[in-house]
Design a protein. Structure first.
Length: 488
């Protein structure tokens, strides 16, 4: 059966969703841990107890294994792995991207994935490396699309969901175009592919461009999977762009290398004296005990996975509350390249603002980046529709004016002018700001500019203290309308 995807809550482009696959469900955003049956640091049954609803395994590795191939075909993957949640299988494309060649055809992997009763199957897409020139990228993309069409014909849609990987390298027009094509082809589940080299090289700015381009082409009802994203430090950023699922072997690969994950980055366990985590492993071991334990890898894998699961719950709660921008802001301060990614995402705020929700639990100002948030842009659009009298005062000072005006507006940066009756509504009433700084006042002045430009019949006066004179003059100079100033 093809999965059903129901969106329950939204923030920025992130969604809390419910995937239904037969009688099984997955709450998104979610991580599908990668299971390598040869090296189970945590068994699928243990994962199920930890609340994991879906996992991913590699059909190519199973098909090449004398130990597992027949077992999987006889009993099915769910029995073999002892996991009755959703199981997704990957085709071997990742091996293709690493080793250059695989001994399997598209038709063969599809039929094998069906024979082992995978819930979500992936065709043999070509993960084009981001440094590939455009001509080659296009050629490979055409092959991927050809295989996708072939897959759509072959696959038994009654019993399996066929994933449609979106490739296209770093060429955003290609990403958007194929995303649009797979939407029209009726796919419900789309992974965004070949992003691992971008993430490994901390190329988060390009990652944002690639994902935003793909998302622009994908219908909002499609469940979006970010292939190979497994470090919790970047989940908030990816979720904010509208990625619903992640998969990764990172929790296990890192553990084998003695690396300890946190939501701010990773540490070598040998270099830690203290364990900054509340999970069961960290509360029952000291750092020394953990690194000397014969089961170190298993314990680290468990910690890494628990950290990841906690972050996903934190993201879900942030989506519910409408505070995801603040979590993205916090996480993306962990590495300068993530900050680049965050700033790049903010550059898409005008397009994100159109679909972002209108009311949230709160808005906390966290510095200059906050002035670029969707809520601020939405506010600047909203003021265009305020109805004003002929004479209007916008006062940055909290005291009554000397003169009479038809309309008096107060001012709250980074939003801008507001009518007193909006004082209790979002975002004016629910925003907490520190002492005014230049960035937020400049942003608030953009609200004044929107207001002035859209109310040519009102004569508008801005009242402010001297302190803000230069910013107000600089900003309001760009207005088309008639504004006067009074500085006290
Ligand atoms: N795993 C990580 N990236 C990819 C990708 O682009 N395609 C497939 N099939 N698997 C992946
Ligand atoms: Zn821990």
């Amino acid at each position: 059966m093809t999965i059903k995807f129901e969106i329950i809550d939204k923030d920025i482009a992130a969604r809390i969703g419910k995937i239904t696959c037969g009688h099984k469900t997955i709450t998104t955003p979610a991580l599908l841990p990668v299971i390598n049956p040869h090296i189970p640091l945590i068994t699928p049954a243990e994962m199920q107890q930890m609340g994991i609803e879906a996992l991913i395994t590699n059909a190519y590795i199973i098909s090449k294994s004398s130990e597992y191939r027949e077992l999987a075909q006889k009993d099915g993957l769910h029995k073999m792995l002892d996991f009755d949640g959703v199981i997704m299988t990957d085709s071997g494309s990742f091996q293709l991207s690493v080793y250059g060649e695989v001994e399997i055809s598209n038709a063969e992997t599809l039929s094998f994935q069906q024979s082992i009763k995978s819930d979500i199957i992936v065709p043999l897409d070509i993960p084009t490396h981001p440094d590939t020139e455009r001509e080659v990228t296009e050629k490979e993309l055409n092959i991927t699309m050809e295989r996708l069409r072939e897959a759509q014909m072959i696959v038994d849609h009654e019993n399996h969901t066929l994933a449609a990987p979106v490739q296209g390298g770093v060429y955003t027009d290609l990403r958007e175009r194929v995303a649009h094509t797979v939407s029209k082809m009726g796919f419900a589940f789309c992974p965004i592919g070949a992003v691992v080299p971008l993430m490994e090289a901390y190329r988060y700015r390009e990652l944002v461009d690639v994902v935003m381009a793909a998302k622009r082409g994908l219908s909002p009802s499609i469940c979006v999977h970010l292939f190979g994203a497994g470090h919790p430090v970047m989940f908030a950023l990816a979720a904010a762009m509208g990625c619903d699922l992640f998969d990764s072997a990172a929790y296990a690969l890192y553990a084998k290398e003695g690396r300890y994950m946190t939501t701010h980055g990773s540490h070598k366990i040998d270099e830690l004296k203290y364990l900054p985590c509340a999970c069961e492993v960290c509360r029952t071991h000291t750092a020394v005990e953990l690194r000397e334990d014969p089961k170190r890898d298993q314990l680290l894998a468990r910690h890494n996975l628990l950290v990841t699961l906690a972050e996903l719950d934190r993201i879900r709660q942030a989506i519910l509350d409408g505070t995801l921008w603040e979590l993205v802001d916090e996480r993306c301060r962990s590495h300068p390249q993530l900050l680049n990614g965050y700033r790049q995402l903010l550059s898409y705020a005008p397009e994100l603002a159109k679909s972002d929700r209108r009311t949230k639990r709160r808005f906390f100002y966290r510095g200059a980046e906050s002035t670029k948030r969707t809520e601020v842009l939405q506010y600047h659009t909203m003021v265009e529709h305020l109805s004003l009298g002929k004479t209007v005062l916008i006062t940055l000072e909290n005291r009554p004016p000397h003169q009479e005006y038809d309309t008096i507006l107060y001012f709250k940066p980074p939003f801008g002018p507001y009518i007193p009756y909006l004082a209790e509504t979002f975002p004016i009433g629910q925003s907490e700001i520190p002492e005014w700084d230049e960035d937020m006042v400049r942003s608030g002045c953009r609200g004044i500019v929107s207001l002035v430009n859209t109310h040519p019949n009102s004569k508008i006066t801005v009242l402010s203290r001297e302190r803000w004179r230069s910013i107000i003059m600089e900003m309001v100079a760009t207005c088309k309308g008639d504004v006067s100033y009074e500085f006290v």
